[in-house]
Design a protein around this ligand. Structure first.
Ligand code: SF4
Length: 295
């Protein structure tokens, strides 16, 4: 991987579009040709689309905690957020639930955060009739920023808390959205930086150790945060702190988090009376797969 910083990503974009620089890097890294790289990324885009179209509102996760909520959101009337954000929220829920129900998803950057990227890109493609080719370019942009986050900080909840998972997905998605709208590399970096700033310190506290509560709804937060930060960046707003410094701060904050808040299922929401109760029920395996979800 050539990119150790967002500053490097931006300077590489002086000679060619940023997404092309990431594509070139992927080819160098894997010793592959451009056609091969593009075909693999296109397959990932198709898999993202399938993770939404393959959603089955009647399915429930083995724990009974997830299922049906994406459809509920899609069918809601008179939402405060309006039709477009409603679709973003519903899509994030659908993919999160699809993952909890053992469906196939694209870990971008992780399974727990797999709802963020499709939640922002699919509704945008549909609304603006964007091409699959442009969406694939967006994935390269997201991959470039994700690569830097992974190398300077972390994309693992066990290492850096949920800021590293849903937070990273949100930063990657924000940068990708800026590309979709024709923004500059600097605006992509600003969008990513602001998205990460907004989630700094977010803990990883999955109830019963399952990637369901709060994970599924955190994907909604990551997607909506990405949209807002992309819009701010495109409006010329910056987060004041350069993206690389924000990423380094995220890494430092992750190291400060106690183990109980890093995917152990021992702190935060997992440690609430209800969280512990759910964990106890799961341990005793008395909850049949067909159990109704909590809400
Ligand atoms: S709370 Fe933890 S397990 Fe759940 S999405 Fe966030 S990082 Fe992943």
């Amino acid at each position: 991987m050539a990119f150790q910083s967002v500053a490097q990503l931006i300077s590489s974009a002086a000679r060619l579009p940023l997404w092309c620089a990431v594509l070139e890097d992927d080819c160098r890294d894997r010793g592959a040709g451009q056609a091969d790289s593009l075909s693999k990324m296109s397959a990932l885009w198709q898999a993202m689309k399938d993770s939404v179209s393959g959603y089955d509102e009647t399915r429930r996760s083995p724990s009974g905690l997830s299922g049906g909520q994406g459809a509920k959101m899609a069918q809601a009337e008179r939402t405060l957020c309006g039709p477009f954000l409603q679709q973003v929220i519903a899509t994030a829920l659908k993919v999160g639930e699809h993952n909890a129900c053992m469906g196939r998803i694209v870990a971008a950057p992780t399974a727990g955060a797999s709802g963020v990227m499709p939640a922002v890109l699919l509704p945008l493609q549909e609304q603006e009739h964007l091409s699959d080719e442009l969406m694939v370019e967006c994935l390269y942009v997201a991959a470039g920023f994700g690569q830097v986050i992974a190398s300077r900080a972390s994309i693992s909840g066990a290492e850096g808390g949920c800021q590293a998972e849903v937070g990273s997905a949100s930063g990657m998605a924000a940068a990708a959205l800026v590309h979709a709208r024709g923004g500059s590399p600097e605006q992509m970096a600003a969008a990513c930086a602001m998205a990460l700033q907004n989630v700094l310190g977010l803990v990883c506290d999955p109830v019963a150790g399952l990637v369901e509560v709060p994970c599924v709804k955190r994907n909604v937060m990551g997607a909506v945060n990405a949209m807002a930060c992309a819009d701010m960046a495109l409006a010329g707003i910056s987060g004041a702190i350069p993206c690389d410094e924000v990423i380094d701060a995220m890494g430092a904050v992750g190291h400060c988090l106690p183990a109980s808040l890093r995917e152990t299922g021992e702190g935060g929401l997992a440690a609430t009376p209800t969280g512990r109760n759910i964990a106890g029920v799961q341990t005793q395996s008395t909850l049949p797969p067909e159990s109704k979800p909590l809400s």
